[in-house]
Design a protein around this ligand. Structure first.
Ligand code: SF4
Length: 689
């Protein structure tokens, strides 16, 4: 197997354009397949793809010996037994219908993780079944940044973080907030952030990442104090007259109250809260406020993995409005791009159902994100509200207080999973369905300035099936075929394409993208359209939040557990625990079964500062015990100054050291329900074997 930049076609080779879904970036790739002489067996022989480690494992992903290839059901002895698709899908339909009959349709949840491709179908299936509980991993991933942006700038700014990414020659300064580009963005360490060093670059990150080392100013904050830092930067910008007065006067709501609030976030106070030198805060504010246009670059989720998720993020993104960098070239342009027709039936059916999971605590999240907030799944199972879950590509390790959820999962009356491999989630399942990989499933991919039909380049291996085909089959068994395009997935593609003017037949058959014209970029569209907020302006003080009883201003609160908010807990758990820094080898919990990736990153490590390591007599690869009031893990040590003294970092998604055992599930943002993955407390010691 060769992973190549260019593919050379030989006699019997077939060449196709496709996309990679080893993560959700969906990059274009070129695939060579060959039928072996004397057989009719087609194999994928080569793939040309971006310079990406995890993508390069896609052939192994298809061919892996440990891949699940058959539907399975638990026998009476509790062991897995192979089943036919007919039996497996019929069993799921029968069990879901029995539970619906007994407890009502709202006792069933429909849950999806990765891939994201079939999500609209599962949402539609959930509502047609009668359950409002369509839930996804976005409950702790992108959801809160979108909601915070929509509250602040309006619904059409939900993808504000996406405005971080495009290179713009006009940009005169970059403020990059919690984005470890070398390990996350495309094309990873070839990203333009690393090449274009001619403009000042400010990096906000508690860790000394590769990007932070290249920054003109590295604001190395105590984890979870992002909101205070943003307010402190705003204080300097306002004190020194670097704000965009005209934009604030004409297009912003609540500025006077905001100014009054940030007055208290002096450089001294901000330095005290965040741990950053006051001079650096001033320098960063002058750079960002004094070099226009400036681009604010964010992560889809790092700034919202705190118990004050929404207001943290609002405080940060308001800096773009404060300085007039909104919807201008070189700044943060209004998000745009192709958007498919909504086929979820959300608007038509959800109002007739009971309310989605979490609505009683997080109504704004539910309303703005159009799905349940699943971070309280444990509560829902414990209280008997949820009795069954149909899941696709979900992993229970993603939940805070994972140990508690594991106990609750055992109480479910029925649970089905669909995945490529055995996972900790499968332990709790009654039925297991084997999923087809992206090379084996067709899809419609819509976004930016492209529309693409991606055919499967090879037939599904073994007895696997595409997620969407599974949902169509289940819809049929549940008596919902007529609401599922009569079972014709291509008909569903036609409907999703309606926005574009394309018919499916118009799109290239071999996986190439067709262009979609978003029209020319027009600066400051708000001058014609206003902002889609209650006031029609950028809301420094949010009317929506106030109407729901929250602070309208982007107020700062300490993390749920921190040396400041809970000194009593910190006395016993003296390390600040930050988790989930990205790895270019894996996305979330995926890829751990692939030998190619395991060879590069074989096990998880907890990063610990040399000073702390010295005190604990710990060296690289020693086993550590890390524990919090919620649970404990064992994990090897990596002694590194990437973390500050007093801070430890552990990656997420590792079955052998599931760090979410340590994270409390009560530390949820009161607006979005997001957990404090990146600012918690724990204790650490060298494990004595
Ligand atoms: S970033 Fe890598 S893994 Fe993700 S889609 Fe692109 S090539 Fe595949």
């Amino acid at each position: 197997m060769k992973i190549a930049g260019m593919l050379k076609q030989e006699h019997s080779d077939e060449m196709e354009t496709s996309t990679c879904y080893m993560c959700s970036a969906n990059c274009e790739v070129h695939v060579k397949t060959r039928v072996a002489e004397g057989s009719n067996k087609k194999t994928v022989t080569e793939v040309a793809l971006p310079d990406c480690v995890r993508g390069s494992a896609m052939i192994e992903h298809r061919e892996s010996d440990v891949r699940l290839l058959e539907p399975e059901m638990r026998g009476v002895d509790g062991e897995w037994k192979n089943a036919t698709w007919e039996d497996a899908i019929s069993t799921i339909a029968d069990r879901l219908n029995e539970i619906k009959e007994k407890y009502g349709p709202e006792s069933v949840a429909f849950m999806v993780g990765y891939t994201k491709e079939p999500r609209p179908y599962l949402q539609r299936l959930s509502y047609l079944f009668g359950s409002p509980h369509y839930i996804t991993e976005s409950s702790c991933c992108f959801g809160a940044t979108r909601v915070a942006s929509a509250i602040t700038f309006g619904d059409d700014y939900g993808y504000f973080y996406g405005t971080s990414r495009p290179y713009q020659p006009e940009t005169k300064c970059r403020l990059i907030w919690s984005n470890d580009t070398a390990n996350s963005l495309l094309p990873l360490d070839k990203h333009y952030f690393f090449k274009e060093t001619d403009v000042p670059m400010i990096v906000v990150d508690p860790r000394l990442t590769t990007l932070a080392k290249k920054a003109d100013v590295h604001l190395r904050l105590r984890p979870g104090t992002d909101g205070a830092l943003a307010l402190g930067i705003a204080h300097v910008i306002l004190s020194e007259g670097l704000e965009d007065r005209e934009f604030l006067d004409n297009w912003c709501h609540g500025v006077a109250e905001y100014k009054n609030y940030v007055r208290e976030y002096t450089p001294e106070k901000t330095a005290e809260i965040t741990g950053i030198d006051r001079e650096l805060i001033i320098k960063a504010a002058r750079l960002y406020g004094g070099n226009k246009p400036a681009q604010l670059s964010l992560s889809p989720q790092a700034t919202v993995h705190h118990s004050n998720a929404c207001q943290n993020h609002r405080a940060i993104i308001l800096l773009a409005a404060l300085t007039g960098n909104l919807d201008v070239k070189g700044g943060n342009k209004k998000p745009g791009g192709a958007q498919e027709k909504d086929i979820t039936l959300h608007d038509e059916l959800l109002p007739k159902l009971s309310t989605p999971m979490g609505n009683e605590r997080f109504p704004i999240f539910i309303d703005k994100y159009h799905e349940g907030q699943s971070m309280i799944l444990s509560d829902y199972i414990e209280s008997g509200k949820i009795k069954a879950i149909f899941s696709i590509g979900a992993n229970v390790m993603m939940y805070p207080d994972y140990g508690r959820l594991r106990k609750q999962m055992e109480k479910l009356e029925f649970f089905s999973v669909c995945d490529f491999y055995d996972t900790p989630t499968r332990e709790f399942a009654d039925v297991s369905l084997p999923a087809a990989t992206h090379l084996e499933r067709e899809s419609l991919i819509i976004g930016g300035d492209k529309v693409r039909y991606r055919p499967n380049v090879i037939e599904p291996r073994g007895n696997t099936k595409a997620d969407a085909d599974i949902m169509f089959a289940l819809a049929d068994k549940l008596g919902l075929k007529s609401n599922f395009w009569g079972g014709d997935i291509k008909a569903s593609f036609e409907e999703r394409l309606e926005f574009s003017g394309y018919k499916l037949d118009d799109l290239p058959k071999k996986g190439e993208a067709a262009p979609y014209n978003n029209g020319p970029f027009v600066e400051k569209k708000y001058e014609q359209e206003g902002f889609q907020t209650p006031s029609g302006k950028v809301e420094f003080k949010s009317n929506l939040l106030e109407d729901h009883g929250y602070d309208g201003l982007p107020t700062y609160k300490e993390p749920y557990w921190s040396p400041v908010s809970t000194p009593d807990i910190a006395a016993d758990y003296p390390f600040i625990l930050t988790t989930g820094g990205r790895s270019k080898n894996y996305q979330h919990s995926q890829g751990r079964k692939l030998e190619m990736l395991r060879a590069i990153e074989p096990y998880p490590v907890m990063q610990i500062n040399p000073e702390d390591a010295l005190k604990l007599k710990v060296k690289d690869d020693d086993w550590l015990r890390a524990w919090s009031p919620r649970g404990e893990i064992e994990i090897r040590a990596k002694v590194s100054d990437i973390v500050m003294p007093g801070v430890v970092h552990a990656p997420h998604g590792w079955e052998e050291a599931a760090v979410n055992y340590l994270i409390p599930d009560q530390a949820l943002c009161d607006i979005t329900g997001f957990p404090g993955f990146k600012s918690s407390l724990c204790n650490v010691e060298k494990k004595i074997s």
